[in-house]
Design a protein around this ligand. Structure first.
Ligand code: GDP
Ligand code: ADP
Ligand code: 5GP
Length: 214
């Protein structure tokens, strides 16, 4: 997969830090500007957690039962999987391989355990840690999102500290204080990764053979 023309990105963050909002804004920006010709996709994970109001099966997640998920583990479907907040989450292998082969960049919104597994398999992956500007703001965002119960929010706040303790394992760190600034920073990381010689050589093979033709 390292030789594929597409780039693989991982965004990890404590829940509520804003990674889904950032990825969505980035995709929207590129889709509407036509700048990168829709050459980015978010990988849709499988999960055993229940859908939140407004979440659509196959769009936000593939929602499956524990039994189904365990079956998929057995079959070796997952590129990485982890248990987070008592639920299974996993990324399937085939879709990512195919998408990267097509030259489309893939974004994984996964936790630190998944990030570690992916980085070990594909060291070329750019791993990005998104941090909130403060604990208070993280709590405020989790509450304002209004999608989880009081109990789930406290549980996620507790887990936040353990997620944050892994920040030094990542290649890039973005502090999501002002949203637009964080989005610019994320975009800059994506551009820099795309412009690496290793990727440009694959993408522009034809161009260089033309430029060098006698
Ligand atoms: P969120 O934190 O508000 O996005 O809540 P979710 O319930 O959607 O995700 C909970 C945690 O599971 C987050 O830390 C996600 O990054 C992580 N997660 C989601 N999908 C995957 C996956 O496919 N693999 C792994 N390892 N973690 C995942
Ligand atoms: P995550 O995917 O990391 O769990 P979300 O993207 O769902 O986080 O963001 C959590 C909440 O915080 C959402 O309601 C979102 O609109 C809000 N949010 C995200 N980034 C910012 C920011 N920079 N400033 C203020 N609110 C934000
Ligand atoms: P071309 O390959 O013709 O230069 O670029 C076509 C489009 O793909 C352009 O909009 C360009 O910005 C975008 N692009 C260039 N490099 C990459 C890359 O490495 N990955 C992805 N996904 N898009 C790229």
């Amino acid at each position: 997969m390292a030789n594929a023309p597409g780039n693989l990105f991982i965004l990890a963050a404590p829940s509520g830090a804003g990674k889904s909002s950032l990825i969505n804004a980035l995709l929207q920006r590129h889709a509407s500007s036509g700048m990168h010709g829709n050459r980015m996709q978010v990988s849709v994970s499988h999960t055993t957690r229940a859908p939140r109001p407004g979440e659509i099966d196959g769009v936000h997640y593939h929602f499956v039962s524990r039994e189904t998920f365990e079956g998929l583990i057995e079959e070796g479907v997952f590129f990485e999987w982890a248990e987070v907040f008592g639920n299974y989450y996993g990324t399937s292998k085939v879709v990512i391989e195919k998408t990267l082969q097509q030259g489309i960049d893939v974004f994984l919104d996964i936790d630190w355990q998944g990030a570690r597994q992916v980085k070990a398999q594909i060291p070329d992956t750019a791993t990005i840690f998104v941090a909130p500007p403060s604990k208070e703001e993280l709590k405020r965002r989790l509450t304002a999102r209004n999608q989880d119960s009081e109990e789930v929010i406290s549980q996620r706040m507790e887990k936040a500290v353990s997620e944050i303790s892994h920040y030094h394992e990542f290649d890039f760190i973005v502090i999501n204080d002002d949203f637009d600034s964080a989005l610019e920073e994320l975009d800059a990381i994506v551009s820099a990764r795309r412009l690496r010689k290793e990727k440009q050589v694959i993408r522009h093979e034809g161009l260089f053979s033309n430029l060098l033709a006698k």
